[in-house]
Design a protein around this ligand. Sequence first.
Ligand code: SAM
Ligand code: SF4
Length: 355
Amino acid sequence: MLTVRRSGFMRRLIDRFGRLHNNLRISVTDRCNIRCFYCMPADNVEFMPKSHLLTFEEIERIVRVGTTLGIDRIRLTGGEPLVRRDLHVLVQRLASVPGIIDIGLTTNGILLDEQAQLLKDSGLKRLNISLDALDPDVFKAVTRRDGYERVLAGIEAARVAGFSPIKLNAVSVRGLTEDQIVPFGHLARETETVVRFIEFMPLDADGQWQRDKVLFAHEIIAILESEFGPLRPVVAESGTVDAKNPLAIIGNTITHAPAQDYEFADGRGRIGLIASVSQPFCASCNRFRVTADGKFRNCLFSHEETDVKTMLRSGGTDDEIAELMLECIAAKNEGHEINSSKFIQPDRPMYSIGG
Ligand code: SAM
Ligand code: SF4
């Protein structure tokens, strides 16, 4: 029974900078069936013991408590979330939590062929599929595993299951993926797919990230414009675009989306840019995270986390879990500081935090 205290008005996950957090990203595993170089080591990965993973019951409890603090959207991630057995059962459980209006999933697509319809029927609303290259050799260079054809089959299965629009996430890396940008532009124009280019962030397991390996959003735009002509920023509701700096959306209080979408001049097709490094979107961040091993995190780049698993497994009350969330949000920093000399990469790489 939920007994979160109320003090006249509903408590919310609002931090020191006035940011309201309604978006919970849940990592369901740190395991993965490929080894993207910007995320995982190539070999000999030490995964969390299964007993350390939050159970579906524990995840559902966190979500129920979260809704009392204003959480209304969820994204399941990992590691590769589709390697977690019976993930659709978790989707069903979370879809039935009162107050949850949206459940999304980010996947590498390799197991999607067999799960897309089940996930859709279980209440999954949105799907992002990660694919960094349309060229199978570049795919292999990034992921260090086979699987390209299976991802394509997964994308098709998602389309058949009725996910729309399908969003592809493509991490952009200098010296590796420049040649993929125009083919992705064609794909976006010829299908209903929204391709979102993501700047490479310092969250790799091998600590190889360097600023000069980031293919910046403005460079991606230039490559696309040289092939397709001018791109037009899509302005989100209530948002305005700074004409001198079209990547910066001011006043976008509705979507909090990290991606700035663009349309091609003739209106055919849409692409997105997630300029996490060159245009950080920390000021409008609405994301709160829980790792697969039960740690609350207020930021991908945080150096501190709050252990909720111990509380869950030692009789903690809903009120205590809510307090833990509020404390974690109260400690959130203003921004990630990637562009500052003070920046220190977190100990946990992306696959272990949950992207
Ligand atoms: N395995 C799933 C997948 O790849 O879609 C979900 C987890 S993955 C960590 C989530 C997203 O983070 C993916 O789109 C992936 O490309 C992205 N990602 C991982 N490491 C990254 C990095 N260092 N910089 C930018 N994006 C990264
Ligand atoms: Fe696996 Fe996703 Fe990380 Fe690639 S980005 S290694 S698919 S968790």
